[in-house]
Design a binder for this molecule. Structure first.
Ligand code: CUA
Length: 359
């Protein structure tokens, strides 16, 4: 008996621990939706869930009743009870009931699949389009009509339908912003499309949902849903950045010069400075809320930490450490690069407005 008891307490303890991980309101919870597509998908899930619950309760009740009703009794002589083969009403019932349940689930499922697919193909010319490209292990977001290319933070206007064209530069990734819409794969040489509508301004987490090796778990992004005014300010910031302004601060100018001489410009684009897009485009980097594809908050300290040792922050990524250990000029150069990158896009008015994401 003690073994059974111990086993029971281990199992129930384990179940409690697992339940502790459940949160309907988590930052990446599909149960707290903020978009039309995610809401429709949740409705479908809940319909399936409630029907499943009805089936479960029905089956469990019949099972429990049978176990109790036909349990062994003290006067049982051990002989078999009468054997029954076939019961027409029960057999018909058990065939028809599942068919009814499946039809109730299938009709809205197929309808939603068609709606999401059809609307992805029929694009209204006035709707915003974003080309999303997955790279190992970060995201490029390109707005062809607005002439904007940015990385890891997808700005969207609230309440408007946005069409995403999904591409991959290397292996299969999957775009997933759980609170806004279901996931869809980014496949090399196969253009996929999806659309979404984000309802409320705010900053929402996203995550690559397809194992893409190396730093897959760190391939995060943020969807920053702006009200009309903030979105206009954000796009305007990119128009102004056509040749990225550099503040007159000597530390910033030193950083701008190091950006070229230390090799950063060989991989990263900055409007008017370099055009290489091996790594994320850094135009208006100072407006970003995160560093290293959503791994760290964008603060000068975190950016310095990232530059000092990218592999400590995000193991397996392709960004090299630019200073060998004990390099006496490392800290001074890192400080200059941080000052330069954080200055990009940060004009006085904009800082005062404070309209960007969490900052
Ligand atoms: Cu990209 Cu996982």
């Amino acid at each position: 008996m003690p073994i059974v008891k111990r086993a029971l307490s281990v199992v129930s303890g384990g179940v409690l621990l697992l339940l502790g991980g459940c949160a309907l309101e988590g930052p990446q919870s599909t149960f707290s939706t903020v978009g039309y597509v995610a809401k429709k998908q949740l409705d479908l899930f809940m319909l399936t869930y409630w029907l499943g619950l009805i089936v479960f309760i029905g089956v469990a009740a019949v099972l429990a009743y049978t176990l109790w009703r036909y349990r062994q009794k003290p006067d049982d002589d051990g002989s078999l009870p009468p054997q029954i083969h076939g019961n027409v009403p029960v057999e018909i019932g058990l065939t028809v009931l599942p068919v009814i349940f499946l039809v109730i689930i299938a009709v809205p499922t197929v309808r939603l699949i068609l709606e999401l697919d059809q609307r992805a193909e029929q694009r209204d010319a006035t709707e915003l389009e974003v080309i999303v490209t997955g790279y190992q292990w970060w995201w490029s977001f390109e707005y062809p009509e607005l002439g904007i290319t940015t990385a890891n933070e997808l700005h969207l206007p609230a309440g408007e339908r946005v069409n995403l064209r999904l591409r991959s530069a290397d292996v299969i990734h999957s775009f997933w912003a759980p609170r806004i819409a279901g996931k869809k794969d980014l496949i090399p040489n196969q253009d996929n499309e999806m659309w979404l509508i984000a309802d409320e301004p705010g900053s929402y987490l996203g995550q690559c949902a397809e194992l893409c090796l190396g730093a897959h778990a760190y391939m995060r992004f943020r969807v920053i849903v702006d009200d009309e005014e903030s979105f206009a300010a954000w796009t305007e910031a990119f128009r102004e950045a056509e040749t990225q302004r550099v503040a007159t601060d000597p530390l910033v100018s030193r950083g701008a010069q190091l950006f070229k001489s230390k090799g950063c410009a060989g991989c990263h684009a900055i409007a008017g400075v370099s055009t290489n897009r091996v790594g994320p485009d850094l135009t208006n980097f100072g407006l970003r809320t995160s560093v290293a594809a959503g791994v760290l908050e964008n603060t000068p300290e975190n950016l310095a930490r990232w530059l000092r040792d990218p592999h400590e922050v995000k193991p397996g990524n392709y960004m090299p450490a630019l200073w060998s250990e004990g390099d006496p000029s490392a800290e001074e150069e890192i400080a200059a690069l941080v000052a330069y990158l954080e200055s990009l896009g940060e004009t006085e008015e904009r800082l005062a407005g404070g309209t960007y994401g969490d900052r």
